[in-house]
Design a protein around this ligand. Structure first.
Ligand code: HEC
Length: 142
């Protein structure tokens, strides 16, 4: 019983530690969550492309849908110029809003163009998608 209590306290404390380091502004958390979803989908496709996991057309299609959906959320979740100590978003976003939205659209477009019916298709289209992440991060992320 005593052991269990110690473990419970340890978990509670570690939870508190995580909380202290988390994002304070829920609007910033929301846009970060969009990026995390995007990263997760890219992870699935990237793992398939390099053979770390088996190619699966249904899973590739689901990841593609996530990319399309979430890149479509970028404009709405970033529109308000919200700040947070944890944020890596540059002020340039709101100074060049149209360019930022265009770059989000580029990602949507690249994701829509991905052929998820074959491993070769995924391998062939991933470069375009990755380039759109990199282009936007270079300009708009610390
Ligand atoms: C239209 C611009 C844009 C595109 C396209 C874009 N990102 Fe981002 N991304 C950002 C910005 C801006 C941030 C920083 C947000 C913040 O910290 O407030 C970010 C942050 C992130 C983060 C960190 C999230 C966190 O929890 O702090 C990850 C991971 C990420 N992006 C992955 C990707 C991947 C993978 C792609 C391509 C599939 C991509 N992004 C495409 C603009 C973009």
């Amino acid at each position: 019983m005593k052991k269990l209590a110690i473990i419970t306290v340890a978990i509670a404390l570690s939870g508190a530690t995580i909380h202290a380091h988390s994002v304070e502004n829920p609007a910033v958390q929301k846009r970060m969550d969009v990026m995390k979803e995007i990263k997760g989908a890219m992870g699935v496709l990237g793992s398939m492309a390099k053979g770390a996991i088996a190619f699966d057309a249904a899973a590739a299609g689901a990841a593609q849908n996530t990319l399309i959906e979430q890149s479509g959320m970028v404009a709405t979740t970033f529109e308000a110029n919200e700040t947070d100590p944890k944020s890596e978003a540059l002020p340039a976003i709101w100074e060049n809003w149209d360019t930022f939205v265009e770059m989000a659209d580029d990602l949507t477009f690249a994701a829509e163009g991905l052929d998820t019916t074959s491993l070769d298709g995924v391998r062939g289209g991933l470069g375009n998608i990755g380039a759109s992440c990199g282009a936007c991060h270079k300009k708009f992320r610390m």
